[in-house]
Design a protein around this ligand. Structure first.
Ligand code: ADP
Ligand code: MG
Length: 340
C-alpha cells in the first residue's frame, strides 16, 4: 500500500546521457545531458534533446551546455536545474504523498564538494532521502554481476567524457582507473583527422554519426564506407567526401589506445588473487562507447582475457540504481557515504 504513496527514483547522471527510472514505471527519462541557458539571465530554457538541438546552432544569447561534460561537475547551478527538471518530470503524475527516495550514479572520482552539490541539489529538488553510488558499481549491479561475491569482476564503462575501469568484489570497488577519454574524444579525433587530411570541417554531430556508422577499433572483415558532408576549408563551400572505415580506424587510434592503456594499467594494479578470477570471468564492457565496432576484439587481443559487451549498454547504470532502491538492505554497502 505504501508503495503507491512513495516513489523511488534512480538517476544516471552521465556525461553524455541522463536516465531516470521510477519504481513501478521503468525508465521515464532518457535524454542527452544538455542544458540550454539564456546567458542574459542564466535561465534554463530547455534540457535534453530539445537543448541538444540548439548545440552549435544557437543564437548568441542562448548557449547549450553539457554540465557534466568531462566527468566533473562544471557548473553546480546547471546540475541543480537539470536535476530539478528531471525529478519533476519523473513525478509527472503527482499521486505521491511522500517525497521520493533517490539514488544517483556519479563518477567514482567525484570530489567531496561535488558530492555535496549533487546531494543538495537533489534535496532542494524535493528528495526525502538521497544516496550516491559510483557509476561502475551501479553498472555492475545493473548488468546482474554478483557484486557481493568475493571473486573479482572487471567492468569497463566507456561514456561520453570518461572511461572508467573498475574491479569489483565484496560490494566494493577494489581498483578504479578513470581516464578522461571517451566517445567525445573519438568524435574530436574524427574532426581533426578530416580537417588535417581533407581540409574538411565537420560538426560534432556529423563526427558522432561517422563514428557510429563506420567507426571501428579493429580491422573489419568487410570495410565500410560512407558519405561525409562538411565545409571545405580552402574554398569555404560545402563539400561531400567518401570515407572508409579503415581511415576512421586510423583517426580513432589515439583515443582507442588511451582506453587500452588504461585497461592495462588497471590490470597491473589488480591484486593477483583477483586477476586470477578475471581469467575465468573476463571483462564486461558497458556505456555507449563500448559499442564501437571491434573494441571488444582489440581488448581481447591486448589483454588475453574474455571480453564481452553487455546488451543495452547505455541503460546499465540506471538499471543498477533502480535495483539498489529495490533492495536497500542488501545494497547499502555499495552507497557512497551520503546524508539523509
Ligand atoms: P555517459 O555515461 O557519459 O553519459 P553513455 O554511456 O550514454 O555516456 O555513452 C555516450 C557515448 O557513447 C557517446 O559518446 C556516443 O557517441 C557513444 N556511442 C553511442 N552509440 C555508439 C556506437 N554505436 N558506437 C560508438 N559509440 C557510440
Ligand atoms: Mg555512464
Amino acid at each position: 500500500m505504501f508503495g503507491l504513496l512513495s516513489s523511488d527514483i534512480g538517476i544516471d547522471l552521465g556525461t553524455a546521457n541522463t536516465l531516470v527510472h521510477v519504481s513501478g514505471r521503468g525508465i521515464v527519462v532518457n535524454e542527452p545531458s544538455v542544458v540550454a541557458v539564456d546567458r542574459r539571465n542564466n535561465k534554463v530554457l530547455a534540457i535534453g534533446s530539445e537543448a541538444k538541438r540548439m548545440l552549435g546552432r544557437t543564437p548568441g544569447e542562448v548557449i547549450a551546455i553539457r554540465p557534466m561534460k568531462d566527468g566533473v561537475i562544471a557548473d553546480f547551478q546547471l546540475v541543480e536545474s537539470l536535476l530539478t527538471k528531471l525529478i519533476k518530470t519523473a513525478q509527472k503524475y503527482p499521486l505521491f504523498f511522500l517525497r521520493p527516495r533517490i539514488v544517483i550514479g556519479v563518477p567514482s572520482g567525484i570530489t567531496e564538494v561535488e558530492k555535496r552539490a549533487v546531494l543538495d541539489a537533489a534535496r532542494k529538488a524535493g528528495a526525502r532521502e538521497v544516496h550516491l553510488v559510483a557509476e561502475p558499481m551501479a553498472a555492475a549491479i545493473g548488468m546482474g554481476i554478483p557484486v557481493e561475491d568475493p571473486s573479482g569482476s572487471m567492468v569497463i564503462d566507456i561514456g561520453g567524457g570518461t572511461s572508467e575501469i573498475a574491479v569489483i568484489a565484496l560490494y566494493g570497488i577494489v581498483c578504479d582507473t578513470s581516464v578522461r577519454v571517451g566517445g567525445d574524444e573519438m568524435d574530436e579525433a574524427i574532426i581533426s583527422y578530416l580537417k588535417k587530411n581533407y581540409n574538411l570541417l565537420v560538426g560534432e554531430s556529423m563526427a558522432e554519426k561517422i563514428k557510429m556508422q563506420i567507426g571501428a577499433a579493429y580491422p573489419l572483415e568487410r570495410e565500410l564506407e560512407m558519405e561525409v558532408k562538411g565545409r571545405d576549408l580552402v574554398q569555404g563551400i560545402p563539400h561531400t567526401l567518401r570515407i572508409s572505415s579503415a581511415e576512421i580506424r586510423e583517426a580513432l587510434a589515439e583515443p582507442v589506445n588511451a582506453i587500452v592503456e588504461a585497461v592495462r594499467r588497471a590490470l597491473e594494479q589488480t591484486p593477483p588473487e583477483l586477476s586470477a578470477d578475471l581469467m575465468d570471468k573476463g571483462i564486461v564492457m558497458t556505456g555507449g562507447g563500448a559499442q564501437l565496432r571491434g573494441l571488444d576484439e582489440l581488448l581481447r587481443r591486448e589483454t588475453n582475457l574474455p571480453v564481452n559487451v553487455i546488451d543495452d549498454p547505455m541503460v546499465c547504470v540506471c538499471k543498477g540504481t533502480a535495483r539498489i532502491l529495490e533492495d536497500m538492505g542488501k545494497y547499502y554497502k555499495v552507497l557512497m557515504d551520503s546524508q539523509r
